[in-house]
Design a protein around this ligand. Structure first.
Ligand code: FES
Length: 103
């Protein structure tokens, strides 16, 4: 699935970059700019960043679920990673809210 239309980057490419970054240092905070820098790309319109943040959260959770680290360390790190939603605007969903009425 294409995530970034400006740079033609697929979800799989982003997942591979995140894993490669986490292999270097599993406890670093991965942000979209770091992923794009890793791939020698740069955000242009940055409209894809909320989806990249969700991919970072999912891949980081899976990465640490396979690790041997203790649960407290993993949970506190994942809280920092989920904080990216606030920073990059993916905390609000793009669809209509449940209580939305057209008329
Ligand atoms: S869609 Fe990714 S930078 Fe524009």
């Amino acid at each position: 699935m294409l995530i970034c239309h400006c740079n033609i980057i697929t979800e799989k490419e982003i997942e591979e970059a995140i894993v490669a970054i986490l292999d270097q240092d599993p406890w670093q905070l991965v942000v979209p700019a770091k992923v794009y820098h890793w791939m020698h790309k740069r955000g242009r319109c940055c409209g894809c960043f909320p989806n990249v943040v969700e991919t970072i959260i999912r891949v980081t959770e899976n990465y640490h679920a396979r690790s041997e680290a203790d649960a407290v360390t993993i949970v506190s790190h994942l809280d920092r990673v989920r904080g990216l939603r606030v920073q990059f605007g993916s905390s609000t969903h793009e669809r209509r809210k449940a209580g939305h009425r057209a008329a």
